[in-house]
Design a protein around this ligand. Sequence first.
Ligand code: FEC
Length: 301
Amino acid sequence: MSSPLGVLLMAYGSPATLEDVGAYYTHIRGGRAPSAENVEHLRERYRRIGGRSPLLEITRAQAAGVERALLARGVGARSYVGMKHAPPFIAEAVAAMAADGVSRAVAIALAPQYSRMSVGSYHAAATEAAAAHGITIRCVDSWHDHAGFVAALAARLDQARSRLGAATGVIFTAHSLPERIRSWNDPYADQLRDTSERVAAAAGVAPWRFAYQSASQTGEPWLGPDLLDALRDVHGAGWRDVVVCPVGFVADHLEVLYDIDVEARQLATDLGLRLERAASLNDGADFIAVLADLARRSAAP
Ligand code: FEC
């Protein structure tokens, strides 16, 4: 019997407990320990979302869903979850594949728009680990324009708008990155705009804007405009309600549950703006079908 196709889903990673926040933050910073004050500040954000992020659990549910969807289409597959900044790390997931006898695999970073700084580093980790185990791996580069992905986002957006009124304006968001990625001709910003345009057209939205969220304080400029400034701006322009629709994230986690649901919502309340967030794709059947399609297409000879 031929060995199953390995499907590696890769996501950012999150601390398992509040005690792990310091080590996690140090890993994100490339091994440089943050100040005790900054660790405590981050810990407080996790406390505000219930003490831990649901990211690993959701990524595991997505992986189980993809495996089932591929098997249902006659593709013998086995799925694995690897994280960038916390256990189970990408290298551990690839080692598990090798132990299971997987010789060919597809890797999908759960970040739809490509940046060398984000998706590029997932791919580097997966490729290096696969080479060490003699596994042939294909990495899916970007899927910001996948029709099923666009439709799944448009459906969540529609549901959120129906809670406010059909004429509601929308702010699409994604994680910011340092502005220096522009000097690399990085496709990230263009792909974000492209996804936003497609979702706006599919859902028949007007007016809409795009804003970045979750920028870090690293001492260098990050891509803007920031979501909080965009909220002030649309309020100034006369909007009275708004749907925030994250197009760069595919799961509930800290940046959605805190940065939008707590921080942005608080500002909206202070401004007198009604805010709804489009639900995350998580392990919704429509999104699982997208991941299965990406895996199947990339695995094709
Ligand atoms: O739920 C969770 O526990 C994980 C939430 C989480 C996600 C996420 C996604 C992205 N990040 C991206 C880039 C950066 C860059 C830095 C950076 C820093 C942090 C910190 C936390 C954090 N990120 Fe993150 N990110 C998540 C969490 N991120 C916590 C550290 C505290 C802070 O600054 O807020 C700056 C690194 C440095 O300091 O050198 C750059 C990008 C994504 C979206 C793509 C992806 O999911 O991979 C890009 C989820």
